[in-house]
Design a binder for this molecule. Sequence first.
Ligand code: FAD
Length: 414
Amino acid sequence: MRIVIVGASLAGATAAATLRDEGFDGEIRLIGTEPQLPYNRPPLSKGYLRHEEAFEAQLVKPAGYYPEQRIELTLGVRATAIDARQKLVELESGERVTYDRLLVATGGRNRTLAVPGADLAGVFQLRTVEDCDRIRAAIERGRRAVVMGFGFIGSEVAASFRQLGVEVAAVEGARVPLARVLGEEVGRVLAGIHRDKGVELIMEDSVEAFEGSGRVERVRTRKGRVLECDMVVAGIGIVPNTELLATAGAHVDNGVLVDERCRTTLPDVFAAGDVTNHLHPVFGRLRVEHWNNGYQQGQAAARSLLGGEQPYDYIHSFWSDQYEHSIEYVGFAPGWDRLAFRGRPESRKFLGFYLERGIVRAAVGLNRGGDPEDPKVEGELKAAVTLIRNRTPVDPAALADEAVDLSGLAARTR
Ligand SMILES: Cc1cc2nc3c(=O)[nH]c(=O)nc-3n(C[C@H](O)[C@H](O)[C@H](O)COP(=O)(O)OP(=O)(O)OC[C@H]3O[C@@H](n4cnc5c(N)ncnc54)[C@H](O)[C@@H]3O)c2cc1C
């Protein structure tokens, strides 16, 4: 049997490795547009951007792994079409690659920056290591940067820039950073952290134009601010790379639709990672852009490719590191009617529980709660994962009460 994987990044490479871990002995071919070996992106806004980590340290698997495991890599080549009837993938090189089962893990690309002056030198977006290398080359202590959009990428880039001695002004439409995901109270705390570090936060405003002769020299905002700068990084979100699957006839709606076993609507075609809008037994349909999902769903898709019938029911989680602060989040809460805090938000060391009709949908820890992914840590967020999975109403006062043991509370909801 031959399994072909399109998209050679986190989800694709993890799936390839899992196929071998599960004992699959057939052919595996991993095809990707980027010329580098599959690598992890989180350091691109953190340690790698700050020259603290080498690129080799962020590889999904070391170079020798692929030949050892007989995983054939075709890098620097785009897949241009899928013919699901004939079971073949066309590459831009003209090659036609046949498959028995296909996994698509094409992730996402940066949203187009539709602002006048976006093509000026010094205006950057960040998705790939090459994007990051261009930004690194432009960084010098004392330079002035404008960060456009203060979501996770924007706030992490701002933090790294400040750590490198770059002046930062950030322009964001919302009232406080990350309010849509984390809520106003948590957003206010994060705003305080960035202001304390010297970031000028310009909220409830948007970028109207980049100006300069050949190179960006200033940013003009809708409310009339003029921000002199040497560089701009826009973190305005991604769009999923669904065209390949949509053209082949798969159902697509904010990502390619997959069922609980990572199956698209095309026969023998599966998908994993940022590109999927997947059906989840706890959260319903959702698309997330989290490293942990790329890793976990890559593994789940591999098992499904081999005929496994286990639904993908991982309780989603992500992290973000900004300065000395770490944010850990578990669950998925597009809305909530109550946010209960354990620890005062102003202390910058707390847990927040997002509840809907008494049921915990998600929880966030700022410098508290432990990494829910770390098997060695029996942290509070592990208890939150149980609460989220069990969907049993809990008393918000108990969540907030430091005297109540969270693991015990979670165990009682089983
Ligand atoms: C700067 C940065 C920092 C991040 N930090 C965090 C973090 O702190 N925490 C967290 O949880 N998440 C973080 N993320 C998100 C995380 O990196 C993504 O969720 C993860 O990369 C998704 O993996 P993926 O394999 O699904 O997709 P991607 O990483 O997008 O990879 C898709 C691959 O498919 C290739 N491809 C696309 N189309 C084709 C085609 N037609 N033919 C062949 N190849 C194709 C692409 O070139 C790419 O290599 C960060 C992302 C970025 C950019």
